[in-house]
Write a protein that binds this ligand. Sequence first.
Ligand code: EPU
Length: 437
Amino acid sequence: MEKYVIHGGRPLHGSVEISGAKNAAVAIIPAAIMVRGVCRLENLPEISDTDTLLHTLTYMGAKVNMINRSTVELDCTHVQMDTLPEDMWVRTRKIRASYYLLGAMLGRFGRARTTMPGGCNFGVRPIDQHIKGLTALGADIRLNGGFIIAEAKDGRLKGGTVYLDKVSVGATINIMIAAATAEGRTVIENVAREPHIVDLANFLNSMGADVRGAGTDVIKIRGVKQLHGGTYTLIPDQIEAGTYMTAVAAAGGAVKIANVIPKHLECISTKLREMNVEVEEGDDYVLVRRDGPLHAVNLKTKPYPGFPTDMQPQMTAVLCCAPGVSVVTEGVWNNGRFKYVGELKKMGAQIEVEDQSAFLQGVDHLTGAVVRSCDLRAGAAMVIAGLSAQGVTTVEDIVYIERGYQDVVGKFRALGADIRCVDEPEEPADPADISAG
Ligand code: EPU
């Protein structure tokens, strides 16, 4: 099983190039099903979630041509439903974004069959708002044996008005995709405003859709008959950038974080400055430097433009060593998303979780330990903690991290970190432990 082994305590120096946004890519690849013609996607991140989705499209009959590590040409002209073999559904189900196949298939074929989504393991993740939205566009949706089956009345969705009871990134995206080719006008109110929502709207528009208002809380879509091919360059990953920013805050040093949109990082930059970390913005980069002691802060995650929930574990990892008391409150996911706190405690962190908040008492330093990734961002937090800790940290279950971070070992090593990926065979089971039958 592969693990990361980190010898901590080395400040980070140099420059790191941020990859394309994972959460934009996992929406845009399924949305490409709607496109008849060649759709060239640039700045795609090279991560296992995009790989799974590209494989899924291949099984559906798309031509997938990798031009280089970050550019792919997709031709979905001849895609079909119902051609995915069972083992591919097992892979697809593992990623949360598989639910975007629902909106994309409905938009393209007027019917859909896809699995109930999986994704990061941090609690119940309902899809009632997706179903509410797609139903408002005229889809009949039912669950059958772990699959979601949807059908548009008369074979094509019809525009409608939807008010989301909960601001949901996934529901906003799914409804946008489906509405792009629905008949007539769709209005979605109380939508998410994350950068990847705007990115998806820009992608759809560059393929001939008419989507307006993305980035505000109301999106209006005039359905078009079909989407045509084109070229689209994805935005850089806000959360990957934030993760490297927090790594510098934790380990110390000075790093240029390149290929970013500084505006998307504003709330992270502001919080880091409160923590005594210098952040200087350029046109497409931020310079992050930390050489003094950290300051304790309180933070609460919120939908964009609030502090991103996907930066909560990484920020907690940094605050473990900020003298004083910090309070980190989760405002997006009802279950707190704090499973990883037990792992940080193994490294000497002093944290207590109560309801939706983690209360941290800053310690002098963390100490290396064997820890696991509880989910993608929790895994990133373990790497950050390991980089700042004294001694050796082993991070297990890195498969989560590789779902969403491109070449995390190579990028950190280039900044001077001592991190390696080792592949140790699992301990053979003791024959005495294997009971007959
Ligand atoms: N919610 C509902 N009903 C729904 C949908 C969501 O009640 O139908 C609730 C959720 O339970 C949660 C809140 O609404 O409390 C927000 O959920 P949202 O739908 O916005 O989350 P998501 O679309 O499932 C995406 C990202 C997550 C990120 C959240 C919030 C993708 C593939 N995933 O998930 O990213 O945490 O938005 O920003 O885009 C990650 O990248 O590590 C990750 C988990």
